[in-house]
Ligand binder design. Structure first.
Ligand code: NAP
Length: 280
């Protein structure tokens, strides 16, 4: 199966490298063409050109409109039977729109957002939550396994993105808990390296504390997961929660905190930059 990757950002680059390692990568496209330099001979000048030559198109771009722009572009050249898998984090509604556009061209669509961060993309250990038909997933699975260690079919198109929204709300709560607790530790005059070491091995230990605890408390906020992207995800969650009349106060507070950090110019930092607000 020939795979084409659209979007070589923090996530897409690791994904593309793993696709290449597994022997699937046949084409890449990135809006900023310089980022395709490490894939000589595989770079295509447009999404339209890429879609015309592959069996499966993988997309990992930023936000809803970016995905829809890519879907509109590839739908002009895509061949019937081609599978499109969107791994960006967007709304369920965008996934459903993308599926409808592609079905007019007899192409198949899966929404397959991922969790596991840049490390997961690099190591091919992402967790992938998939919306779409079981038959389409069965055809795409070997390619997806080059990028993800855990692939879970959730339900119809859009259900992958709804599951990702669950993940993003949880991520906001964990970020609030870890940054607030470490800010408190600092206010107590504790040795933060020792605190992180011992707590990581106990009942409150978690991925975020283990991977971001030491960096944030040493003032390093390199992404990781960009704060502005999580902000974008939480706005999606707020819209979905409003539709089902379900309150998400932790996510709401996190949006307000991120608004403040973005206004201060920290939007491109890792989400652990929330510690900046908690440690003064
Ligand atoms: P990123 O580093 O900012 O990369 C974004 C990518 O999308 C770049 O390749 C960018 O192209 C491309 N892009 C954006 N808008 C575009 C448009 N209108 N047309 C064409 N290409 C466009 O972001 P990322 O961290 O890789 O995240 C990508 C997606 O994965 C997002 O939806 C994010 O929420 C999700 N995600 C991220 C993480 C994480 O830890 N980073 C984890 C899980 C999921 P240029 O190079 O030209 O800017």
């Amino acid at each position: 199966m020939k795979a084409g990757m659209i979007g070589l950002g923090a996530m897409g680059l690791g994904m593309a490298r793993n696709l290449a390692k597994a022997g699937y990568l046949a084409a890449v496209y990135n809006r900023t063409s310089a980022k395709t330099a490490e894939f000589p001979g595989l770079a295509y000048p447009s999404p339209e050109a890429l879609a015309a030559v592959v069996d499966i198109v993988l997309i990992c771009v930023s936000a809803d409109q970016d995905v829809l722009d890519m879907i509109d572009a590839i739908s002009t050249t895509i061949r019937p039977g081609t599978i499109v898998v969107d791994m960006s984090t967007v709304s369920s509604a965008t996934a459903q729109l993308a599926a409808a556009t592609l079905s007019e061209k007899n192409a198949e669509f899966l929404d397959a957002p991922v969790s596991g961060g840049v490390e997961g993309a690099k190591n091919g250990t992402l967790a992938m939550m998939v919306g779409g038909s079981a038959e389409t997933l069965a055809k795409a699975k070997s390619v997806l396994e080059a990028m993800a260690a855990r692939i879970v079919p959730i339900g119809a198109v859009g259900s992958g993105q709804a599951t990702k929204a669950v993940n993003q709300i949880m991520c906001a709560g964990i970020n609030q808990a870890v940054t607030e607790a470490l800010g408190f530790a600092k206010s107590q005059g504790l040795d933060l390296d020792k605190v992180i070491d011992v707590i990581s091995g106990g009942a409150s230990g978690n991925w975020f504390l283990q991977h971001r605890g030491v960096t944030m408390t040493h003032g390093s906020f390199a992404p990781g997961f960009k704060l502005a992207l999580h902000h974008k995800d939480l706005k999606i969650c707020q819209t979905m929660a409003a539709h089902s009349d379900y309150p998400i106060p932790l996510a709401d507070q996190t949006v307000l905190d991120y608004d403040q950090l973005m206004a201060l110019g920290f939007g491109d930092e890792d989400i652990s930059a929330l510690y900046r607000l908690k440690s003064n």
